[in-house]
Design a protein around this ligand. Sequence first.
Ligand code: SF4
Ligand code: SF4
Length: 334
Amino acid sequence: MAELPCAPTPTLTAIYADYEARQGDGFRDHLGASIIGKSCARALWYDFRWVTPARYSGRLLRLFETGQLEEDRLVRNLRATGATVLEVDPETGRQFRVEAHGGHFGGSLDGVALGLLEAPKTWHVLEFKTHGVKSFNELTAKGVVLAKPQHAAQMQIYMHLTGITRALYVAVCKDTDALHIERIEADRAMAERLLEKAGRIIFAQHTPTRISEDPAWFECRFCDHHGACHEGGGAAVTCRSCLHATPVGALPEEVDTGSSSGSAISNNEGGWHCARHDRMLTALEQRAACIRHLFIPDLVPGEVIDAGDDVVTYRMADGSTWANDARTTEAAPC
Ligand code: SF4
Ligand code: SF4
C-alpha cells in the first residue's frame, strides 16, 4: 500500500489557514483569571498592555478548540451521575462571569454544579481542562495545586468572586481519554493575594521585574514577549502601550468579594482614560491608537534624556538618540 504523504497538503494548509484567519488580533481586553497564576508578573503586565499580540498556529488553535469541544461531553458525563450542571447563568443566558478591578480583571466559568456524589448539597465551580499524557500523569501524581498552580489559582478566583466554597476540577488525558477529578476548597487568603497581584499588575505604571534576567531561562524561551522583554522595543502601537493611557477602576481594597448566590459579580465601572485627549477610550479606539501615541518609556530600550509636549527623546544602548515624536503629524481625530 502506498504511503500517505507527509503534510502539508493543500487541504491541510487550508484548514489551518482558516483557524489562523479567525483568531482575532491577539489582544484580550482584560487580564484573565486563567493566567493570573503565571509566575512572571512582567509577562502579565505585557499581556495586559498588549505589548505582543498572541499568535498561534492553526494546529494549536484547533487543539484549543478540541478542549472546548470536550466541555460538552464532560457536562453530559456529570449529569449522568445525577448532578445538576449549569453551564450558563439562568439570569443572563450567558456563561457565569466574574470581574474585579473595574472590569480589568475577570474570567468565565465552565459552569457550576450541585448534587455531586461527593457533596450533594454544595455548589461547586466547575473547571474543565485537557492535558497531554505527561502533564496528566504529573497531575494524577501531585494533584492540581502542585502540578497546575495556574489552574488552581483560576479556581480560587472563581470561588472567591462567586462566593462558592468548592470547585471541581475535571481533567481529561488527550492521549488515553482517562479522567482525573479533584475537589478544591476555597482558600480566601490565597484568593485575596491573587486579587491583590492582579491589581498591582493592572495599575502598575512601570514594568514589573523579570522572573529571570537570563533570556534562555525556560519560562522566557516559551514567552510571547521574549523579544520585547530581553531585547527591548517592538511593542505594538496601541493605546495600551501609550504613556497617556491609564486604566481606571476600583482599587484592590475596594474589590467586592462576592455573594453566596453563585451569580456573576460585576465590578466593571472601570475603563481606559487618555490624558492627552482627556477622555475615556473604547476598546476599538485602544486598538487603533492615535497619531499622538508615545511609548511608555519602559517599553523603549533606551534612557530618557529629554521630554516635552508630544516628544520624548532617548539615548539608546548604542549611544545614538531617538526621538519618539508625535508633533510631526496632524492632530488626532479623537
Ligand atoms: S521573557 Fe521571561 S522575564 Fe520576560 S516577560 Fe517573558 S517570562 Fe517574564
Ligand atoms: S488616544 Fe492617542 S494619545 Fe491617547 S492614549 Fe491612545 S494613542 Fe495615546
